[in-house]
Each structure stands twice: as C-alpha cells, then as structure tokens.
Design a protein around this ligand. Structure first.
Ligand SMILES: CC(C)(COP(=O)(O)OP(=O)(O)OC[C@H]1O[C@@H](n2cnc3c(N)ncnc32)[C@H](O)[C@@H]1OP(=O)(O)O)[C@@H](O)C(=O)NCCC(=O)NCCS
Length: 200
C-alpha cells in the first residue's frame, strides 16, 4: 500500500500519539466519538469561551469536527477520555508558520472542577516540548474566564499581553489575555517536580 492509498482516518491514527496521564487518555478523535462530542460540546458556556465552537452544537458539527481533525499538518487534536474510555472533552494545538504552537481545550460541563483540564494540558505541553523543537507555547483566555486562566497558570504559563479574539458563538470579538510558556521554564518546572518526587 502506498502512502496515498492509506485511508485518511487510519493515517491520522498513525500520526497522532496517544498520551496517557494518571487519570486520562488523550487520543485522536474517531468517527465513533461523534455522538459523545456533540453531547459534551452543546453548551453555551463552552462555545462562548472558545473561538470556533458554534452554539447550538449539533451532530453535524461534531461530524465536521472529527472529519477534519488532524487532516492539516499544522493542527493536532486530541479527544480527552477518562481511563475507562469515556470521552470528556478535547484539546489540541495549532502551529502556523514560525509562531509558537497555540494550545486550546474544552471539557463537558459535568467534568469541570476536577483538575482534568490541567492534567490534559500538561500532557500536551510535555508532548510538544518532547516531540517538537518548539521554543515556546502560547494560549489565550477570555478576560471573563478565570478557570481557563487558572489552568494556564497552573501549567506554568505567564501573561504575555492582551488582545481581541473573534468568537463564533457570539458573532463578535471579545477581549482576551494572552499567555506564553517558554521551554526553559517548562524544563525547570519538570526538574523541580522530579527533585520533589525523589525527596518524598
Ligand atoms: C476552562 C476549563 C477547560 C477548565 O476545566 P477544569 O477541568 O474545570 O479545570 P481544572 O479543574 O483543571 O482547573 C480549574 C481551576 O480554575 C479554578 N476556578 C474555577 N472557577 C473559578 C473562578 N470563577 N475564579 C477563579 N478560579 C476559578 C478552579 O478552582 C481550579 O483551580 P485550582 O485547582 O487552583 O483550585 C473548562 O471550564 C471549560 O471547558 N470551559 C469552557 C471552554 C474554555 O473555556 N476553554 C478554554 C479556552 S481558553
């Protein structure tokens, strides 16, 4: 079989790693995830805090999302599942030209407040700095979204500026804070974590 003959879904699964954390598994979304993604994402509180998620979010939106996920070389999308396989949300990163990769994430509302987003984002950060030569990672959060800002801070991100982001669900732009995590700081955080584990 030549590269061109490999079905796109199979090719995506070959390219996207599976990231495992203590409580989560991050993997490429598949067609079988459509219903779960549609149910999880259909909440205005998610749409209004992300750039591209529409509201209401229908089955067709989930189908479109999964059909194109990981089909562009500059975008890596993971479905976040519990270790028993239950989908709880998604996260990923885009890398455009020479800009640092930009991380985005969302969880179904019933899974908020349990530390899952921080655990998932840490896994994606480790993947980026381990498996790519990126010097930094960027992200952004609406100024009205303290939980997202807190996730970024817990992962080591530092405030790097302010701006505006077009939000599809509100058909408008909204003020955001931008955040950045440099490779050197990430390496220090990892080394500090390892030292503490050895001492414990
Ligand atoms: C942002 C989001 C992913 C957070 O998911 P989560 O799993 O609940 O996040 P975590 O539990 O890992 O961390 C949330 C942190 O925010 C804190 N927090 C929650 N509500 C808060 C508030 N109103 N003010 C300040 N901090 C708040 C929590 O206490 C926790 O911090 P702590 O561990 O120091 O106590 C989730 O709310 C979400 O999907 N929101 C909609 C989409 C979105 O905003 N995506 C991010 C786009 S930038």
């Amino acid at each position: 079989m030549t590269l061109q003959e490999i079905p796109s879904g199979a090719f995506r699964e070959r390219c996207i790693p599976v990231l495992e954390t203590e409580r989560l598994v991050l993997r490429a979304p598949q067609l079988g995830d459509v219903k779960a993604v549609a149910m999880l994402a259909n909440d205005r509180r998610i749409a209004e805090n992300t750039a591209r998620i529409p509201h209401p979010y229908r089955l067709a939106d989930a189908e479109d999302f999964i059909a194109v996920a990981n089909s562009h070389g500059n975008e890596t999308i993971f479905l976040i599942t519990l270790r028993n396989g239950t989908p709880i949300g998604a996260c990923g990163f885009t890398q455009i030209d020479r800009h640092p990769p930009e991380i985005g994430y969302w969880l179904g509302v019933k899974h908020w407040g349990k530390g899952y987003a921080t655990e998932a984002v840490r896994a994606v950060i480790d993947h980026i700095f381990t498996d790519t030569d990126a010097d930094a990672i960027q992200s952004a959060a609406r100024v009205t979204n303290p939980p997202s800002r807190r996730v970024l801070e817990k992962c080591g991100f530092q405030w790097s500026g302010a701006g505006l982001l077009r939000i599809r669900a509100i058909s408008s732009s909204a003020p955001i804070d931008r955040f950045r995590l440099d490779r050197g700081l990430w390496a220090s955080i990892k080394a500090w974590g390892q030292t503490r584990r050895v001492q414990a």
